[in-house]
Design a binder for this molecule. Structure first.
Ligand code: ARG
Length: 568
């Protein structure tokens, strides 16, 4: 289904051609409803380009703008904006069309891509902490949206399972392990032995050397160390799985760092041979002498002790994704501190001739009340599972209060939907680069731009239908009389415009804000317009608006990875 924005953009392009003007400007939703539904700044852009009077240009464009089938006559405002107001009948017809459209107005991408998305990607033998929410939840939302738009998406968990931490972990395993503790809480015990080994190594160079030897043995394929490593990875994965299950996250493939281990020597050889890498102070490096900001930041791909590193692995990863997985698009979601790393990796990939749309999608941090990185009272990272458990516990209290009649099992299920939804939405409704303060009270509030507010809007609509006790029959025609009806319908028609734009700069918050505004428009409509008590044809038409609002809230939240309850 073509959106109004796409239609009007097309008409603008035709008008510019007919008026012998170059293509310029865009059609966007009106910033102020008093001026109409859409506007274009084309005349202003052209005036600058051509050095002509903007209002005269606007008039010339309007003279050629053939939109009378859908709009009232266009008007010119201010310095040369062209304002477009849809005819109410046009909106009604489009909205009725949405009822029959499975995509709810969202068109599939014209050129589907094969996208590998690398997100979450936690490190083995370390606990998942609250900071992992961002990459995991952001990546999941982007993957859902890309799939919905018809792209072929491969979700890859690039777990950190081959780092230098294993020297310490294996030393700790052999010298410090408490088996009973490992049974009880594997990750806590792995962290404890890692820290213990680290402390000893710092104090004692012999231990430091011993740890290094354990790592070398592992990398050389020593059977005992390999078995320990395998067990550590399995224990960590089990822990990750618990979190993924609660968060409803899935991956298509899991190619951790270790997967690339036997390709690393080849990477270095290849880059040396092609002359892109050189030996410098015993290490193998790629220099970027022609890029001023990277001129003094070479990328080391083999350390002077012969070891490979994070960068070597990521260069091997580029090759695998393009040549084996046949990706034409690669998205990597991590915190902002890895910007330099991926700048270098993409630059190397480009120099080697790998052609794909590489994007590093970065995000900010989650802060505590003190505006510093969120930590426990004792200064540790806050464990992810603690956060998730607390979210569900707090939501449970709210459900107990609000709906004590709900059966026990249902209450627990609803609490999970609300609690996890709140945590995810608090993250996704922020611009990804913004650092935000983690606040239970705010995210669990039923007022404001929160998941519970949106879920509640959905639940209210479901209860209208339960009260009606009738099957929903889509109205053939909508009648939009009250301004609140027109406003709600216009918003419903914008879902198809909003969803694709999320991927322009990877901003799920654009979708979140849209859903918030949709819920607001719905509440305004519901205040002003009786639904079940109204007479035909208003009644069917209003029920259709309710149904569509529910469908779009449901679908929109689903694209953010958030579920909706039927009651709450
Ligand atoms: N394991 C890394 C971390 O925790 C993230 C990996 C991101 N992906 C990659 N291909 N390097 O920071």
């Amino acid at each position: 289904m073509e959106t109004f924005q796409a239609l009007l953009t097309q008409k603008l392009a035709e008008a510019l051609t007919a008026a012998d003007l170059p293509q310029a400007g865009a059609v966007t939703p009106a910033t102020d409803a008093r001026f109409g539904d859409y506007q274009t700044n084309a005349a202003l852009v052209l005036a600058k380009q051509l050095g002509q009077d903007p209002r005269a240009l606007a008039q010339k464009i309007v003279d050629h703008l053939a939109v009378s089938e859908w709009c009232d006559p266009p008007t010119i405002a201010g310095a040369g904006f062209i304002n477009l107001t849809l005819r109410t009948a046009t909106i009604a017809a489009q909205t009725a069309g949405l009822l029959r459209d499975e995509g709810l107005g969202v068109e599939k991408a014209a050129t589907p891509k094969r996208i590998v998305i690398d997100f979450g990607s936690p490190n083995v033998a370390k606990p998942m902490h609250v900071g992992h929410i961002r990459s995991t939840v952001l990546g999941d939302a982007l993957a859902r949206i890309a799939s919905f738009l018809g792209h072929d998406v491969i979700r890859d968990n690039h777990i950190g399972d081959w780092g230098t931490q294993f020297g310490m972990v294996i030393y700790g395993w052999k010298n410090l392990l408490d088996r009973a503790a490992l049974e009880r809480d594997p990750i806590a015990e792995l962290v404890r032995i890692y820290k213990g080994a680290n402390d000893r190594a710092t104090a004692d160079s012999a231990v430091r050397e011993a740890c290094r030897e354990e790592l070398v043995k592992l990398q050389a394929g020593d059977a005992e160390n390999f078995a320990i490593w395998t067990e550590c990875v399995a224990l960590s994965l089990r822990e990750f799985e618990v979190a993924y299950k609660i968060l409803d996250i899935h991956y298509d493939i899991q190619r951790g760092e270790s997967f690339y281990n036997d390709r690393l020597a080849g990477v270095v050889e290849r880059l040396l041979k092609s002359g892109l890498a050189e030996i410098s102070e015993g290490a193998v490096c790629v220099f970027f002498r022609d890029i001023p900001e990277l001129a003094d930041k070479p990328c080391i791909i083999r350390k002077s002790d012969g070891g490979y590193n994070y960068a070597t692995t990521d260069i091997a990863t580029v090759d695998y994704r393009i040549n084996d997985l046949k990706a034409d698009t690669v998205w990597i979601v991590t915190g902002a501190p890895q910007q330099l790393h991926f700048r270098q990796i993409f630059e190397i990939a480009w120099r080697e001739g790998y052609r794909a749309d590489f994007r590093h999608i970065t995000h900010g941090s989650i802060l505590g009340d003190d505006r510093k990185l969120m930590k426990t009272r004792s200064g540790e990272n806050v464990a992810l599972r603690d956060v998730l458990e607390e979210a569900i516990g707090r939501a449970r209290k709210i459900v107990d209060e609000k709906n004590p009649d709900l059966p026990e099992a249902e209450r627990q299920a609803v609490a999970k939907i609300i609690g996890i939804g709140a945590v995810k939405y608090a993250d996704l409704s922020q611009y990804r680069m913004t650092d935000y303060i983690f606040s239970w009270d705010r995210m669990l509030s039923f007022q404001g731009n929160t998941a519970p507010y949106l879920q509640n809007a959905y639940v209210r609509i479901r209860s209208i239908f339960r009260k009606a006790g009738e099957e929903f029959v889509p109205a053939k025609e909508l009648v939009l009389v009250a301004p609140e009806e027109r406003n709600l319908a216009t918003r419903l028609c914008q879902f198809g415009e909003i969803v694709p734009t999320v991927l322009n700069d990877f901003r799920p918050n654009v979708l979140a804000n849209y859903l918030f505004e949709l819920a607001n428009s719905f509440h305004a409509f519901y205040e002003a317009c009786p639904v079940l008590k109204s007479t035909e044809p208003a009644r069917s038409s209003r029920l259709a608006l309710c149904e569509l609002t529910a469908r779009i809230l449901h679908r929109g939240l689903d694209l953010l990875g958030i579920a909706v309850p039927e009651k709450m």
